[in-house]
Every structure is written in structure tokens, then in C-alpha cells.
Design a protein around this ligand. Sequence first.
Ligand SMILES: Cc1cc2nc3c(=O)[nH]c(=O)nc-3n(C[C@H](O)[C@H](O)[C@H](O)COP(=O)(O)OP(=O)(O)OC[C@H]3O[C@@H](n4cnc5c(N)ncnc54)[C@H](O)[C@@H]3O)c2cc1C
Length: 358
Amino acid sequence: MHIGIAGAGLVGRVLALNLLRLGHTLTLFDEDVAYGDKAAGMTAAGMLAVFAELESAESSIFEHGKRSIKLWPDLLDQIGISDAYQQKGSIITAHPQDYGELEHFIATLQSKVKEASQIELLDKAGIVALEPDLEQHSKAFFIPQEGQVDAQRFMKASSDYLLEHSDVMWHQQTRVDVVEEGSISYEEKKEHFDWVFDARGLGAQTQVENLRGVRGEVFWLDAPEVKISRPTRMLHPRYKIYIVPRPNNRYIIGATEIESEDKSPMSVRSSLELLSAVYSMHSGFAEARIVNMVTNCRPSMKDNLPIIEQSEKLTRINGLYRHGYLLAPAVVEEALAKGFLEAHPPQWMGRALEETRI
Ligand SMILES: Cc1cc2nc3c(=O)[nH]c(=O)nc-3n(C[C@H](O)[C@H](O)[C@H](O)COP(=O)(O)OP(=O)(O)OC[C@H]3O[C@@H](n4cnc5c(N)ncnc54)[C@H](O)[C@@H]3O)c2cc1C
């Protein structure tokens, strides 16, 4: 089939990779250039925090998160960057005066999913065994199932792959105005497809009711004096931060969460909070160099849960909020299985159904 995808951000690309595997021909539309930075998927830290996110999220994201963790390695393999996936677990810690936060954190998780009872409590020796640089901390939780995708490598490698693919046409810098059943309208043209997907994230606000943006700000630091190898969070009564390691001594420090659709540069308040928190966590950050400060908005519904809307020849996927990397592969899989594959089973699936009937 010839399929149109409006929005080539995180969801659009995960969709494209899945649909190419099924043998379809694709036309992608994005208002940005293929290697641009407008997509929230390009700003994200890429954490696959299937447990830790439950502190402030519905337990329904847990099953999708577990499924995505299984699906990511194949997607990254498809675009030739299997090493952009890491599953070495993550660490959650706090300063001694905030140990109440740690207790509340684990109690919240345990009240939401029974698997949280397996999360390991580490003492100083346990912390140092995993992350010697965190020796000043004497209490932390270790979540072995969690990991990360190098989001920026995913975005770059997926651009390379899709741009070179003979079954993909990518309209860059093309703003889509309307996505309707079987058609995409842009620049006073209307193109018809066998099926269309609306994956414009926050850009779909005119067609997805109650969609809002939640501002997030992150720092990129170059910190040769710090050696942290896993995503690490610090809980605090007012601001919670995470440190996500990337190759060559780079760390992403994030992220603020502000009810605003303002994508202007980082505020002084946010920068003071993020940087003082990260410095209090590891003094080696004092001499780090600030290599980038990025702001973007997370596309979010009222309940901060993703939506899949299906109708004839049209699927809309949106509202992945702060869980795009954690949820996209599983949400896309569900969206394809729900309406699209039911309406158009690939030949092998048709055969399998026949065989089952016989
Ligand atoms: C600071 C920050 C940190 C994050 N960290 C994490 C994390 O650690 N783990 C995690 O799981 N998630 C994280 N996220 C969330 C994740 O980035 C989002 O959930 C995800 O990117 C949403 O995917 P999407 O494809 O719906 O939207 P996007 O990735 O924003 O993609 C939408 C695309 O549509 C295009 N578009 C928009 N409007 C139009 C239009 N009219 N016409 C054509 N194209 C259009 C845009 O240019 C863009 O390319 C983070 C987000 C932020 C902001």
C-alpha cells in the first residue's frame, strides 16, 4: 500500500520503520528538515524508565513500557545502530535530608505494580560497586530492568536510513494543514493514500482535542571529571533531576516540567535549579562545560496518557508526553494491530489466518 505519514518525529519514524518491514511504500511529511531539531524526539534524553516514571504516571504505561524495551533492539538493528541501546539499569538516589522522598518514591511504585517489590535498595558499598563516582551517596535504589536509547543517534540514523530507502519519499520543510481519512493536505495540495497516519505531536493541535504542550528544558554538559555510566535520578522535594550519560563524557541533565507551550530558551530559574542540583550530586560537574541548552514541549493529553484514534484509512497517535521513547514502539505496534492490520493484513498474515481456519 501507499501510506502517508504526517510528522516525522519519534512516532512518525517508529511507524515508518514498522511499515517498511511490512513491505509498504511511504510518503513522509515534516515541517522541519530531516536532520532538524524541532521534534521533541530530538530533545529527549531517551530514558526507558519503566518503573521510575510510575512515580507520577498511571500504571497503564508499565506494560507498554516493558513491551517497548523488548522492541527497541530490533528497531535500532534495522537502522544499523544496535549499540545505541543500553540496558544496564538505573539508579535513584537523594541527599540524606530527603530520604523521605526515596521512601515515598518506592511506596508509590509498589502501590502501582507488584514487580516494584523486586527493586533493590543499595547501601554505600552497593552504590560504589555499581557507580564508584557516587561514593558520597549512602542510600539509593537500583532498577536493573531500566535503560536508555541514545535519542539523538536514533534520530540521525533513522534520517539516514529513511532518506536512502527506495520505498520512502520524504517531503521536508512541508507543513501539513489537515490530515483526514485517506488524505493529507499541505501547501494548497491534497494527496490521497491507501492509509494515513497523523504523527505530528504538538503540531496536531487543530485536529486533536485537548492536546497541550508541557515545556521541558535540558542541559548538555561536557564533564571529563565525572564517570557515571547509567541514568541516575536525584529526588528532591522541589525539583527532581536526572543525569543521562552519553559517549565522550557528555551528560544530559534534565528536565524541567512546566505547564507552558513556550519553546523559548531556558530561564534563569530553571538553569539555577538544574545546575545547582547536579553540582550537589557530584562536585565534578563544577568544571563541566555547558555545550548546549535545549527547550522543547512534550505533546500531552489531559491525563498524560497516549491516544490512538482509528477510523477508515486514518490513524492518529499522540500524547506520548514524557514517555515517547518508553512507549512509542509498543503504542505503534498496538495501533497497527488495532485498525490498520485488521483492514489490510499482509499476505503472510492472510495465509496464517487461512491455515488456522483449515
Ligand atoms: C526535555 C524532554 C525530555 C524528554 N525525555 C524523554 C525520555 O527520557 N524518555 C522518553 O521516553 N521520552 C522523553 N521525552 C518525550 C518524547 O520526546 C516525546 O514523548 C516524543 O518525542 C513524542 O513523539 P511525537 O512523534 O508524538 O512528537 P515529536 O517527536 O515532537 O514529532 C512531531 C513531528 O511532527 C512535525 N510536525 C509538527 N507539526 C507539523 C505539521 N503541521 N506539518 C508537518 N510536520 C509537523 C515536527 O516537526 C516533528 O518532527 C522527552 C521530551 C522532552 C521535551
